[in-house]
Design a protein around this ligand. Sequence first.
Ligand SMILES: Cc1cc2nc3c(=O)[nH]c(=O)nc-3n(C[C@H](O)[C@H](O)[C@H](O)COP(=O)(O)OP(=O)(O)OC[C@H]3O[C@@H](n4cnc5c(N)ncnc54)[C@H](O)[C@@H]3O)c2cc1C
Length: 330
Amino acid sequence: MRKAVQKLIFIIAEHHENKAKSVVFELAACAYKIKRICPAEIKVIILGSETEKLSFEITHATGLDAVAIEINELALYNAEIYKTVINNLAAELSPSFIIIGHTPRGLDFASGLAVAMKAACITGVEGLSEAGGKICFKRQMFYGKINAHITADSEPVIITVQPGTFEPYKPDNASPGRVETRRVECTPKFTRAKGSRRCKFQDSSISEAKVIVSAGNGIGAKENLDLIYRLADIFPGSAVGGSRILIDRGWLEYRQQIGLTGAQVAPELYIACGISGASQHLAGMRGSGFIVSINKDPGAAIFNESDVCVVEDIKKFIPAFLEEYGKREI
Ligand SMILES: Cc1cc2nc3c(=O)[nH]c(=O)nc-3n(C[C@H](O)[C@H](O)[C@H](O)COP(=O)(O)OP(=O)(O)OC[C@H]3O[C@@H](n4cnc5c(N)ncnc54)[C@H](O)[C@@H]3O)c2cc1C
């Protein structure tokens, strides 16, 4: 039994094809960070139609306790069911914090859940600290130009956490947490998932590349992408990626999109060319080994994440770099 004074933190587990998404372990790290400021019990909440294997994976990897809720109607993800079931569970157990991934799925239900629970909702969290006995959450605004620090005046607080913010929590030799399994029936009133289909283009070259040269809006014109391909050419095992803007314009293919709604990559070297560093892009490349950014704006947010910052016009810098590279003695 939970002590009356002890707070409770929910982590909502995201999963696909009966495997936990890596963000679950990052949310666990976030929960521990909250717990250090504000002592609390942590529970992973797993919703699905077959939760046994998932619960085993999560509780063994993290040592955290879980509540697994088996819902036949959840063979395919449905936001309405998530909102209803989590709302009911929260009414019963009164969590102080509900932590959700800032992923397309998390964004699909987090704000609606907050409305249903009449709870505070802070999205896109990229850090937290203590401020006057409260937890202060950090998030980007204006494409990373400004960091906002936000506290909630009431509990519960729902937060969505940017993937890539926290080191995944997977302690060695954790003794497995306990699993409480419940069965719930929940028929959605308004929406029904009819099926899911894989995208046609599933190219692994971007996720396996050792070096990725990525183009952003700063490239200016489609013809200038030639510079990016020429720069990538000098690195064996490289691939060209890009920010979403270029994919939306049809200048690059979707399989090349890096970020929250694209590929999550971790090459040894990532070269960002004319990319501002919006949180949705950072979510896909933050795990890179070494980051070089070229941007003409010295205040670009991407520089906060970079090992080498080149403040220059890419249309000047890349040709000059390629020329010097061509002169080297082999
Ligand atoms: C739900 C959601 C999901 C999203 N998912 C993704 C995602 O998966 N991936 C993604 O990338 N974005 C995603 N976005 C979009 C994201 O918010 C940004 O709009 C996008 O990343 C910005 O792309 P950018 O940095 O190329 O362009 P901009 O923000 O326009 O930045 C261009 C940069 O280039 C610099 N620049 C301009 N000219 C030059 C030059 N000549 N030389 C050097 N530098 C120059 C500028 O200083 C600026 O910093 C998503 C947005 C939403 C709302």
